[in-house]
Design a protein around this ligand. Structure first.
Ligand code: NAD
Length: 354
């Protein structure tokens, strides 16, 4: 076990592993930083091959949450939890109650929420044993589905990039959207309303048909989305959409979308920069969802109702932050992803020092 030497470790404050014999829970909670506030990040349930794979994922995701939360300016640090197990067969109420006890044992240093493989119904079981859970339904502080807020932030980010890189408004601009799920579908609606021409791809036929009906989007096969003649490529499906194979195929001048980890690696960010493609760093442009969750944590901590105005103000600020990152990248002739990382690290370091 080489946790401290792992590239993903990067100064985590604490990393915990939990085992509960009765429920069979095997979980890791990684707390990257609490400098800006309690660490917040979802819980992922996945059938990891072994403990090392789970640990590496927890560390990577936790650090990513730290950066995302720092850029969203929401008074939260970054953390993440993973449960080792198959979400299709391994879920029981007892497992999530045991997970809740694990979260509770950190005394509020970490707030959990849903992520891949974990639903609000699962979290309701965790809530029986800890109060540090966001993303539940049916209470005054509840924030609801974050996807519309994420989509609004991404929409504004795309509009900003189009203004900067193309010197025009969205009317008549072609946007290729990969993935029209929760966020992609809302984004498609907003872009169509602004006059953009859409080309969409998804592996889910029903979702595609619905979005095409609403927006008049042209449908292409999943693999064809990389070859589309479009000014903007908006990855809104899974991670790694822009990689060594797809990059040479892209015609877009802008890459801006909702997906997490859009670039297969930092070298792809460098390659986009060298090709003159404007890239909106994913964890900045898609921060609307975590802002929404932060609204819930804030309300739960204060014992008040969810404050949609606070979320709206933070979302405005998020677009300004994206603009500042792009300004600095242009002024320093550096790729935006590098500037975003540097800005996030500086914000965390300044809070640590204070
Ligand atoms: P989702 O699962 O609802 O949508 C993803 C869509 O991508 C699905 O319709 C799926 O069928 C499609 N898809 C999967 N593989 C594909 C492929 N190879 N080609 C084309 N389409 C494919 O998820 P979502 O909530 O809309 O999130 C989309 C992305 O945005 C994810 O990467 C997620 O991590 C990220 N994100 C979401 C939020 C949020 O608020 N939901 C916030 C921040 C980031």
């Amino acid at each position: 076990m080489k946790m401290f030497d792992s590239a993903a470790f990067e100064a985590h404050e604490d990393v915990h592993s939990f085992y509960d014999e009765k429920s069979g829970l095997k979980a890791i909670i990684a707390v990257h930083s609490t400098a800006l506030g309690p660490a917040a990040g979802g819980c992922r349930m996945w059938p990891y091959a072994d403990f090392q794979a789970a640990l590496t994922d927890a560390l990577k995701l936790s650090r990513a949450m730290s950066y995302k939360n720092a850029m969203a300016d929401i008074g939260l640090g970054g953390g993440k939890s993973v449960i080792i197990g198959d979400p299709r067969t391994g879920k029981t109420p007892e497992l999530f109650e045991a997970f809740g006890r694990a979260v509770e044992s950190l005394g509020g240093r970490y707030w959990t929420a849903e992520d891949v493989g974990v639903s609000p119904a699962d979290l309701a079981h965790a809530r029986k044993t800890t109060r540090y859970v966001a993303g539940l339904e049916g209470h005054a502080a509840a924030s609801g589905d974050p996807s519309p807020v994420t989509a609004e932030g991404v929409f504004r980010g795309v509009r900003l990039c189009v203004r900067r890189a193309l010197g025009r408004e969205l009317d008549g601009v072609t946007v290729a959207i990969q993935g029209v799920g929760h966020v992609g579908a809302y984004l498609a609606e907003k872009l169509a309303a602004a006059g953009a021409k859409l080309v969409v791809a998804d592996v889910n036929e029903a979702a595609l048909r619905m979005v095409a009906e609403w927006t008049g989007a042209r449908i292409v096969a999943p693999d064809e989305i990389f070859d589309v003649e479009a000014e903007v490529f908006a990855p809104c499906a899974l991670g790694g959409a822009v990689n060594a194979q797809t990059l040479p195929r892209l015609k877009a001048r802008i890459v801006a979308g909702a997906a997490n980890n859009q670039l297969a690696g930092p070298e792809i960010g460098q390659a986009l920069f060298e090709r003159g493609v404007l890239y909106a760093p994913d964890y900045v442009i898609n921060g609307g969802g975590i802002i929404n969750v932060a609204g819930e944590i804030r309300a739960l901590e204060a014992g008040t109702a969810f404050d949609a105005h606070w979320v709206a103000v933070k979302l405005d600020r998020l677009t300004e932050t994206l603009e500042e990152v792009l300004d600095r990248a242009a002024a320093e002739k550096r790729p935006p992803h590098e500037v975003a990382d540097a800005t996030a690290r500086a914000r965390i370091a300044a809070a640590r020092a204070a």
